[in-house]
Design a protein around this ligand. Structure first.
Ligand code: KIV
Ligand code: NA
Length: 269
């Protein structure tokens, strides 16, 4: 029972097979997804929002990424675990990217790393891949640039933007990435990119034609709280964990206050 590898991912594209990816940030949740047969898990820097309580991914450090990635690796035995390179850990150049990726691979045991950027990150991707570290690329909306965007705009609208996105996707493929996340790209353009590449595209908010789909697990399971209750258009909730967990906590609290817990069967004599 070995782990999924990047070779399996390449074979899936050749066979035209679609696959799911979920984020994970802790050992216990990751073990649930591993048992459910999720083949690839991303320890995303979305942990900044979901696990660490920041309002963006920008503050996340390599040490935080390493600690939570190690937990996800320990909690799983089947899935390929991909660790995000956080903001500031690869932008200086290929040397810095290799030091950061090496740290994540050695200290956390991830099987691959992910980093944001197309043409602008191609040199980093190339050195990592040459050094034996599989790289998942990430183009379209790249949340580490939130301050430059001033929001979360849909990507690839208009001829010039579409041409740039295609160049970005080709650049990361040429640099040796084994897959590429397309975030918030129009469905039409994501389909064109997917047809144009021999590596798989992993869509989030990028329509149905991508080879794979990823969601932040707390969004997927109905754990995330959305301002005003309005979820983004691309999110589908496959559970209502926020309600279920809140109900459990309230029931526990009621039992303690009312004296119903612990009962005789929970007590030692
Ligand atoms: O950090 C993250 O969760 C991600 C995915 C949404 C692709 O980068
Ligand atoms: Na990320």
């Amino acid at each position: 029972n070995r782990r999924i590898t990047v070779r399996d991912i390449a074979a899936a594209k050749r066979r035209g097979e679609r696959w799911p990816m979920l984020t994970a940030y802790d050992a216990m949740t990751a073990s649930v997804f591993d048992e459910a047969g999720i083949p690839v898990m991303l320890v995303g820097d979305s942990m900044g929002n979901t696990a660490l309580g920041y309002d963006s991914t920008v503050p996340v450090t390599l040490e935080q990424m390493t600690m939570l990635s190690a937990a996800v690796v320990r909690g799983t035995s089947r899935a390929l675990i991909v660790g995000d390179l956080p903001f500031g850990s690869f932008q200086e150049g290929p040397g810095q990217a290799l030091r950061s990726a090496t740290h994540l691979v050695k200290e956390a045991g991830v099987g691959a790393v992910k980093l944001e950027g197309g043409e602008r990150s191609a040199d980093q991707i190339r050195l990592l891949v040459e050094s034996g570290i599989p790289v998942m690329a990430h183009v379209g909306l790249t949340p580490q640039s939130v301050h430059a965007y001033g929001g979360h705009p849909v990507q690839g609208r208009g001829e010039e933007a579409a041409a740039q996105l295609l160049r970005d996707a080709k650049a990361v493929q040429d640099a040796g990435a084994f897959a590429v996340v397309l975030e918030l790209v129009t469905a039409e353009l994501a389909a064109e990119v997917t047809r144009s590449l021999y590596i798989p595209t992993v869509g989030i908010g990028s329509g149905p034609e991508c080879d794979a789909q990823v969601l932040v697990w707390t969004d997927m399971a109905g754990m995330t709280e959305w301002p005003g209750g309005r979820l983004p258009r691309f999110v589908k909730q496959y559970g209502q964990l926020r309600t279920a967990l809140g109900d459990a906590a309230r029931a526990f609290a009621d039992d303690v206050v009312g004296g119903a817990y612990p009962a005789e069967e929970h007590s030692f004599h």
